[in-house]
Design a binder for this molecule. Structure first.
Ligand code: SF4
Length: 265
């Protein structure tokens, strides 16, 4: 389907949880953020029902995000249910990789096609500082497990946050040695509306934007940098979906109400 600016909308990003096992400095405060109550988080049935409807309307690419999707209990089962929906040509996930070693083979088996891993440095100390809790070796094991499982491609998302040239070059070398496409994301600020195109990807390019988002609380967001949201529990799936497409702005401005850990970038 097309929006009123004649953009083909075929990509759904589903944030399955606002929980995360890291505290990245550019994403959330050290103490974390107030979390949604469990009853306010969509069930797998609700996510699958929404996605089935969205696919009928023209969605063919689905990406699971968070928070951190792998901390959501039963996530492999959700991947499997989504993989059975006719019309989904591309089922992917964005993860911080900390739990990937444990889940990679099961995710592949369940029907996941490919995966993006958030990795801003391969310097052990800087990684721990940037994530406040993370252990880099867990991510490296996760990448190996994803490659062994046959998830393909495995892309690396690096948020530029003042890393040294040397650090960036080490990350570039690490990725090229392992055939991992590397994309650079400039830090974004929802409140002030600071964002730019993803280098090596198509995010942040409003003129050709093809995406909508489903949030853990059931909000359908036509744009990351907008306060617009239409809730499927309040409006019903059809109304919320159609309003998100009809109201999708020409370009992002700012988002005063949202947080990255709930929207999933
Ligand atoms: S800011 Fe909004 S319109 Fe622009 S690329 Fe992001 S989601 Fe699409």
């Amino acid at each position: 389907m097309y929006d009123r600016f004649n953009r083909k909308i075929n990509y759904l990003r589903i944030s399955v949880t606002d929980r995360c096992n890291l505290r990245c400095t550019y994403c959330m405060p050290e103490g974390g953020i107030p979390l949604l109550d469990h009853q306010d988080i969509l069930s797998f049935e609700e996510i699958v029902e929404f996605t089935r409807f969205a696919v009928k309307k023209g969605i063919s690419k689905v990406r699971l995000t968070g928070g951190e999707p792998l901390v959501r209990k039963g996530i492999v089962g959700l991947v499997n249910q989504l993989a059975y929906i006719d019309g989904i040509e591309d089922l992917s996930m964005t993860t911080n990789g900390i739990l990937l070693n444990r889940f990679a083979a099961e995710l592949k088996e369940a029907g996941l096609n490919r995966i993006n891993i958030s990795l801003d440095t391969i310097d052990t100390d800087n990684y721990c500082k940037a994530t406040r809790t993370g252990n880099l070796s867990d991510v490296l094991k996760g990448i190996e497990a994803a490659q062994s499982a046959g998830l393909e491609p495995i892309k690396v998302n690096c948020v530029l946050m003042g890393q040294s040239d040397e650090e960036i070059n080490k990350l570039k070398a690490f990725c090229s040695e392992r055939n991992l496409p590397l994309r650079f994301i400039h830090q974004m600020n929802l409140k002030t509306g600071e964002f730019s195109k993803v280098r090596g990807g198509d995010g942040g390019n409003c003129a050709i934007c093809n995406r909508i988002r489903l949030l853990p609380n059931g909000d359908v967001k036509p744009c990351l940098f907008s306060d617009l949201a239409f809730n499927i529990r309040e409006l019903g799936i059809e109304e919320a979906f159609n309003m998100a497409i009809d109201e999708k702005p020409r370009a992002g401005t700012y988002n005063k109400s949202g947080t990255f850990s709930r929207i999933g970038g």
